[in-house]
Ligand binder design. Structure first.
Ligand code: ADP
Ligand code: TRP
Length: 323
């Protein structure tokens, strides 16, 4: 059985792109019997940018509720909040004393910001060390990540490998797994759906607000009667990636025939999202309304995670001469 582990940024309610491109693929992997999955909300990492307690608490809550609503099985697998297992920060310290300075100075995540050094905090600089502790502290075998995180997993591998080389087998060497066939969902303005563009569709919104977001998808001014090009229309591009082939080819024909307005297409998209994700929307709403239940699941997950990192830390402390 191999252990898959992934960290989830806690920067806001997951949007439709996150659900289709990250949550669902990981949920599918985690449901396979040959895998045991660990997923955690990386709230300690979020402190490098988010400073407000209320925002952090809300983000952890909504991200974990979304994962559970999308079918992450917290009984078979483990879902926890990074900061509920502070042992990871102890391991990060040990690792940082074995991390060559240039390894961090060359990390893209830091380099991208190194022109504005006065805006960079040390946490941002040492971000990959904490991420390495997240991974090798839990004996992870496989780490599914986006391309942008590959270098960080490479750093974790390097640190684990050189520690093992120096002190003998202590850490499991993790392997990154990058999904190459992931689809990129466009947002309401046609660019990649992303929180940073403010063009997201949040499927967990109450019905009225969800409808408003879908109805506001940008379209051109072709009149209702005229035939339309589905391939240049944001509504169709989203529908195509969300709905089954039979439904999208039917919509394609309506575009080409004319007499079918963008308002009609938006309404169909809205109805589809509402029905297709009705279970997810309901479970999410319940968790947000009764956070105690969510809290219990997360604390149970943290206990399971703590047992593992405690064992790993025992090995490391012993090796390094700490009691
Ligand atoms: P955002 O761009 O909204 O800040 P993140 O960078 O937090 O999103 O993405 C988290 C995960 O969701 C990543 O694994 C990423 O690949 C996936 N993801 C983000 N946006 C999309 C999208 N538009 N289509 C498909 N997957 C996406
Ligand atoms: N840095 C990752 C991101 O930005 C989140 C993360 C933190 C992570 N720790 C991790 C991912 C450990 C995988 C494994 O998406």
């Amino acid at each position: 059985m191999s252990r898959i582990l992934t960290g989830i940024q806690s920067t806001g309610v997951p949007h439709l792109g996150n659900v289709l491109g990250a949550i669902q693929p990981m949920v599918r992997l985690s449901n396979q019997p040959e895998h045991e999955a660990f997923a955690f909300i990386a709230d300690l990492h979020s402190l490098t940018s988010i400073k407000g307690a209320t925002e952090r608490i809300q983000n952890v809550q909504s991200v974990s509720a979304a994962w559970l609503a999308c079918g992450f099985d917290a009984e078979k697998n483990t879902l926890y909040c990074q900061s509920d297992v502070p042992e990871v920060t102890e391991l990060a310290w040990y690792l940082s004393c074995f991390t060559p300075f240039p390894m961090l100075a060359n990390a893209h995540s830091f380099k991208d910001k190194s022109e504005r050094l006065n805006e960079v905090n040390a946490g941002l600089f040492t971000y990959p060390v904490l991420m390495a502790a997240d991974i090798i502290g839990y004996d992870a075998n496989i780490v599914p990540v986006g391309k942008d995180q590959l270098q960080h997993v490479e750093i974790a591998r390097d640190l684990a490998g050189s520690f093992n080389h120096k002190y003998g087998n202590t850490f499991v060497i993790p392997e990154a797994s990058v999904q190459t066939d992931v689809m990129i969902l466009p947002g309401t303005d046609g660019r990649k759906m992303s929180k940073s563009y403010g063009n997201t569709i949040n499927i967990f919104l109450p019905e009225k607000e969800l409808k408003k977001v879908v109805m506001a998808i940008q379209t051109d001014s072709t009149s209702l009667e005229e035939p339309k090009n589905p391939d240049t229309c944001n509504v169709f591009q989203i529908f195509k990636l969300v709905a089954p082939e039979s439904m999208s080819s039917e919509m394609r024909n309506k575009y080409l025939q004319g007499g079918y307005g963008y308002g009609h297409a938006k309404t169909e998209l809205f109805e589809y999202i509402k029905h297709h994700f009705s279970k997810e929307r309901e479970i999410y709403r319940e968790f947000m309304e009764y956070p105690d239940q969510l809290e219990n699941i997360m604390l149970k997950g943290a206990e399971k995670a703590r047992d593992i990192i405690t064992d790993v830390l025992k090995r490391v402390r012993h090796t390094l001469g700490f009691r």
